[in-house]
Design a protein around this ligand. Structure first.
Ligand code: SAH
Ligand code: SF4
Length: 343
């Protein structure tokens, strides 16, 4: 059965037309769906007959809250959703000065195999559909009663490995008839699949592209991110420059500070050289320790020195504040814990 929330408004219109219904109903139904209704019965301005027909034709996905943690420190909320097939994915709701930000997953697991990441440990189970990614946003909004203003695709999964569904999700979530989040309020984070970055550039979206660089040299990067063997640093930077030239959007680089691995002064220098001449922004992320990985976080002092070395060379860099320090807020950690408990 077709998942109704994975349909664009146009697709829903034509599906209704095929069912012999008036296409204008699509707008009303779309609106209800994007309010996070839990059954077709809630659609009070739709006739009983049409509601029954919709239930016959379409699947309405409603994820269950399998686990929820609220940080006592900053109010960050982490959700673990149980999907209809029993698979679990996680999302995080963060409160910033510039609004509420939802961090969503795009896949169940991930096949990129980064050595420091809890999400990649079990490999990829499956892609999420556009509707399932949308559900994370809708039901976080419904559960918390808070309006979500920004979205970051930084949960479990590599968004560009699930390209078509992620693009459809972007279409759904930005529609004025739905929850209408502006493209400029959305960030997509990638481990660096260069040809997909170039493809994305062609979509001419106004979203922010965030590239998980983590090391400026091939030797270090390949040792922690297998994707670097397929798309080494120089190839990746070529794609990033193309993205900037095509869209005019400044790229954000994620750079994880791992002790004695990525935090050396020569790496700051090399990173500054790589980024020279292109508007960019570096986010220095303190490494979150993952039990299965030997990598350790850098000291505060070396993070500060690294940041200064970048700034001195004209690269703007901020140190990412750690949200939800008392909950498993890091990417993949909650799902990992849940999986480990499953016999
Ligand atoms: N797959 C995409 C998006 C999801 S991961 C990507 O890799 O970009 C979101 C971010 O969390 C990435 O920058 C990723 O490198 C980072 N990350 C993963 N595990 C981490 C850890 N243990 N400590 C700090 N950052 C981590
Ligand atoms: Fe996948 Fe991103 Fe984790 Fe790498 S960091 S394994 S790409 S989710």
């Amino acid at each position: 059965m077709t998942e109704i929330k994975s349909l664009t408004l146009e697709e829903l219109k034509s599906a209704l037309k095929d069912m012999g219904e008036k296409p204008f109903r699509a707008g009303q139904i779309f609106k209800w769906l994007h309010e996070g209704v839990q059954s077709f019965e809630e659609m009070s301005n739709i006739s009983k007959e049409l509601r029954a027909k919709l239930a016959e034709h379409f699947l309405l996905t409603v994820p269950e809250v399998a686990c929820k943690q609220v940080s006592q420190v900053d109010g960050t909320v982490k959700y673990l959703w149980k999907m209809r097939d029993g698979d679990c994915v996680e999302s995080v709701l963060m409160h910033y000065e510039h609004g509420n930000t939802a961090c969503v997953s795009t896949q169940v697991g991930c096949r990129m195999g980064c050595k420091f990441c809890a999400s990649g440990l079990g490999g990829l189970k499956r892609h999420l559909s556009a509707g399932e990614i949308l559900d994370e946003v809708l039901f976080m909004q419904r559960d918390s009663g808070e309006k979500i203003n920004n979205i970051v695709l930084m949960g479990t999964g590599e968004p560009l490995d699930n390209y078509d569904n992620v693009l459809k999700f972007l279409n759904l979530v930005t529609r004025p008839e739905g929850i209408c989040i502006g493209q400029r309020h959305i960030s997509l984070s990638t481990s660096g699949i260069a040809d997909k970055i170039e493809k994305l550039a062609g979509e001419k979206l106004q979203i922010t592209l965030s590239v998980s660089l983590h090391a400026p040299d091939d030797e270090t990067r390949s040792s922690i991110m297998p994707v670097n063997d397929a798309y080494p640093v120089e190839r990746l930077m070529r794609a990033c420059n193309y993205y900037f030239d095509t869209t005019g959007r400044r790229i954000s680089y994620e750079y994880m500070m791992a002790r004695d691995k990525t935090d050396q002064p020569w790496q700051a220098e090399k990173l500054a050289k790589l980024l020279r001449g292109r508007p960019s922004h570096v986010n220095l992320i303190p490494l979150n320790e993952v039990a299965e990985s030997p990598l350790q976080p850098s000291t505060k002092e070396s993070v500060r020195r690294f940041q200064q070395a970048l700034e001195k060379r004209g690269v703007t860099a901020t140190v990412r504040r750690k949200l939800g320090p008392d909950i498993d807020a890091a990417c993949g950690q909650l799902r990992r814990r849940e999986l480990n408990q499953t016999p």
